[in-house]
Write a protein that binds this ligand. Structure first.
Ligand code: IPE
Ligand code: IPE
Ligand code: MG
Length: 230
């Protein structure tokens, strides 16, 4: 693939753990666990490809509405996988970043997030953003609350972006959603204005390195116009 056709910034809505479990007669908990294992595989490939920005939707502000059992299961998976992701990041020169309302998480999870940020702050490779307790509308409201009244009149798009959790992260060139749903589910509404969107029916736990390459190859054939006539 030509160098310039590889996206610098990729985001993934990792959807379909539940349907994958159902299809394979497995408990949902195993679906989520296999989804976490798969994230480690895809992260490594993204690093190998020197993709600078990698953002994944791990848990939305709306996902709290699921059953207590499922939410608890997901939170315990975060406890298990965050140290593993940290280790992987340290071994692969990956800098970890979180987007979402981390402040409202329970103390232990919040501390784990800060620990991951802190320990990887000097890494110079891929910047891996984890959307955790993330909702785009929530992010926009939190951003607005940070703006000083006296700065409102001079606010422009570039300046507004700096108040978002994604400050410093390049807007996704490519947004991938697994499991076939054609919606954004409150993910990066501001940032994906001109992203190329790739939707596959493959469930997240089965989204292999080959599937990632299919998405990249599709992307390489897209013509981005940004409203202009080229
Ligand atoms: C994505 O898989 C994981 C999270 C939302 C945390 P789902 O659990 O949404 O899987 P489906 O959509 O029910 O198949
Ligand atoms: C989006 O998936 C959130 C994550 C992948 C973390 P959902 O499964 O929550 O989205 P909906 O409910 O199908 O829109
Ligand atoms: Mg889903």
């Amino acid at each position: 693939m030509e160098e310039e056709k590889i996206p610098q910034s990729i985001a993934i809505i990792m959807d379909g753990n539940g349907r994958y479990a159902k299809k394979n007669n497995l408990p949902i908990a195993i679906g989520h666990k296999n989804g976490c294992d798969n994230l480690e595989v895809i992260l490594e490939e993204v690093v190998r490809l020197h993709i600078k920005y990698f953002t994944v939707y791990a848990f939305s502000t709306e996902n709290w509405k699921r059953s207590k059992e499922e939410v608890n299961n997901l939170m315990s998976l975060f406890h298990i996988y965050m140290p593993r992701i940290l280790k992987k990041a340290l071994n692969n020169n990956v800098k970890i970043h979180f987007i979402g309302d981390i402040e409202s998480l329970d103390e232990e999870l919040k501390n784990m997030c800060y620990e991951m940020i802190n320990q990887t702050k000097n890494m110079t490779g891929t910047i891996f953003s984890i959307a955790f307790n993330y909702g785009s509308r929530n992010e926009i409201i939190r951003a607005i609350k940070k703006i000083k009244i006296e700065d409102i009149n001079n606010l422009d798009e570039e300046k507004f972006s700096t108040y978002l959790d994604t400050n410093g992260i390049k807007d996704p060139d490519l947004l991938i959603r697994t499991s076939g749903e054609c919606r954004l589910s409150n993910f990066l509404l501001w940032q994906i204005s001109y992203s190329e969107i790739y939707i596959t029916n493959v469930f997240w736990p089965e989204f292999s390195i080959d599937e990632l390459h299919k998405a990249l190859s599709q992307y390489s054939m897209r013509e981005r116009r940004y409203g202009t006539r080229v």
